[in-house]
Each structure stands twice: as structure tokens, then as C-alpha cells.
Design a protein around this ligand. Sequence first.
Ligand code: HEC
Ligand code: HEC
Length: 314
Amino acid sequence: MRRFAGGVVWALSLCLAAGGAQAADKPDWAFPVTDKVQPAGVPDDGKPKSAPGSQKSYTRAQIEDLYNPPDWYPDIHPAMPAIVAKGDAPNVRACAACHLPIGTGHTESANMAGLPAAYLAQQMDDYRTGARKGSGSMIAIAKAITPEANREAAAYFASLKPIRWIRVVETESVLKSYVAAGNKRLVHPDHVFEPLGQRIIEVPEDENRVLNRDPGVGFVAFVPKGSVEKGRALVAGEGGKAQACAQCHGEGQRGTKDIPGLAGRTPSYIVRQLFMTQNGERAGLNIEPMKAVVAALTIDDMLNMAAYLGSLEP
Ligand code: HEC
Ligand code: HEC
């Protein structure tokens, strides 16, 4: 019996030694993966859905068509190029399905509204070459998209006006959440509170509208108490942990003609990028200046910076 128990402990410590160092650090809350066990949902009634103030209606099947996703409010954005609205079947799904016609995206994807076109096009190329890892869907798209369509899509997202999309709230407890299909974090139907701890939890302001790919509502990001002020200090370069971000990311962290803005961006996305830059999973053509910036950061530093950046006016 004693031998057996010892064997278990030995096997366990081997596992930790093999995969532990990096895995222990990875902030899983920032890398949502669809939970294997899902709470029982309400079955779809098959009826068309609507959106406030929109003349349109779409069934669930139409909403889930990644080659022709809904465009609830055609008047709030410029005309979409075909690649954004419909993609290029069979391998390039419509950008608007995940990033929405207004470019703000959902928390598991990326908010690209108003980022520099050359930056966006280069990211696609970094996904294609494998220098930037992270999203299976983006890598598949990058391998199949034509250079011309990539440029058109980048120009479209660069032309969009950044808007406030995230409401940052400091708190000690949050409603328990789970990760639904498509890596989307939603509030668990049990509606029980749990401690937030050192995490950022983002959920839709209005779950049905987000599931309908309705760009009329964004997300709320629950962040730990005090994180916004700690993040402000780090972003300003106080304490010397990292270079002041505004030196490159521009006044108010709103970006420059070459460098992406950070103000009002999805906090979990920011943490993903900082973490992946630190561990070399994000190693694209122009990443060099960011390597020194992230070198000394802890996960808590990344969390605090992201909470502050998310709270800024884009
Ligand atoms: C199935 C969902 C999906 C579709 C469709 C999709 N994307 Fe993405 N995209 C993502 C995800 C997820 C990420 C974020 C990956 C991460 O966190 O590292 C992303 C990130 C990006 C980024 C990086 C943004 C940045 O700030 O660095 C670019 C550029 C991009 N997508 C362009 C596109 C374009 C152009 C299209 C259409 C041709 C497209 N995407 C279609 C899911 C999608
Ligand atoms: C010396 C210049 C420089 C400084 C200082 C700097 N950055 Fe960056 N940052 C860049 C560049 C250049 C990129 C684009 C990298 C690429 O093209 O892949 C970038 C990209 C990023 C991204 C990815 C954005 C996206 O859309 O995916 C994040 C997040 C980021 N920086 C955060 C920060 C934070 C936080 C700070 C301050 C602590 C900071 N940066 C300071 C140059 C800088």
C-alpha cells in the first residue's frame, strides 16, 4: 500500500516536472477553450431572431453561417468588401462572422477597429508563416487567403472607427461562468457567485444579442479591485518594470500610423498577446520592440495593464 501511494506521488511529480513550468503560469482564463461538459441550454425554436431598431431577421442557422453572417445594421459601417462579408469558401470564412462588421469582435477573437492596415495585413502573414500562433481559425484562414483579399480586409478594418466596447468593473466576486461553443465565455445558468481571484472574466452585456452576432452591445470585463490603478502605473513606466507604452503606442495608447492602439481593447486579448510574446508564441516580423517590454512582466502585471488599458477611451 505504501509503495503504491509513493508511486502515485512519484508519477505526479514527474508530470509536473515535464509540463509544469510553463503550464502552471499560463493564465487559462485568458485562453478560453470550449468546456467539454456544457450546461443544459434552451433548445432553439427555429424562429427568426430580431435586433432592436433593425429591420432584419435571421434564423439561428443563418446566424451560424460563417460564409454569410448577419449584418443587422448595414448603416453603421462602410460597405464591406466580399472577403469581410462572405469570405472565400471553402477555407476563408467571412471576417465579419467573428470580428463583426464593426470590427470590435467578441472577447475570444480580436477588436481590430481602426488598427493600422499594414499592421493587420502583416499579422495575417505572421499567422501564415507560423511566427504568430494562437488561433486555429486564423492560421487556417491565413494559409488560404489571397494577398489581395488580405489587403482589402485590412484596409476595411483600418477604416472603422474604434468605439467603447468593454466596460471594466473592479470587483471581488463574479457570477460563475463557462466556455460555450466557439470558445465563448458566458454566465453559467446556475447564477451562483464565486471569488474572482487574480483573473479577468469577460461576459456579454446581453447574452442573446451577442449570440446573435448583433454588434449593438459589447462586453463587461470584471477585474480585481485595485488592478486599474496598478495597471496605470505600469503602463506609465513607473517603477521601471517596462518602458512607458505611450512611447510607441501613442498618446492615450490610441495607436500611431504604424503601431496598434491599446486603449479600450479587450483585456483578455491583451493578456494573451503579452503572454504569447513573452514565451515566444508571438514572434512575427515586427515583434522585436515588444520583447524587451514583456521580459520582466508577471501574469499579475499583464492583468493589471490589461485592466487599465481596457478602461481607456479608445
Ligand atoms: C472563426 C473566427 C474568425 C474568423 C472567421 C476570422 N478571425 Fe481573425 N481572429 C480570430 C481570433 C480568435 C483571433 C485572436 C487570436 C488571438 O487571441 O491570438 C483573431 C485575430 C485576428 C487578427 C490579429 C489582430 C491583432 O490586433 O493583431 C487579424 C489581423 C485577423 N484576425 C484578421 C482576420 C481577417 C482579415 C479575417 C477574414 C478574412 C478574419 N480575421 C476572420 C478569429 C477569426
Ligand atoms: C519600443 C516600442 C514599444 C513599446 C515601448 C511598447 N510597444 Fe507594444 N507593440 C510595439 C509594436 C511595434 C507592436 C506590433 C508588433 C507586431 O507587429 O507584431 C506592439 C504590439 C503590442 C501588442 C499587440 C497588439 C495587438 O493588436 O495584438 C500589445 C498588447 C502591446 N504591444 C502592449 C504593450 C504594452 C502594454 C506596452 C507598455 C508596457 C507596450 N506595448 C510598449 C511596440 C512597442
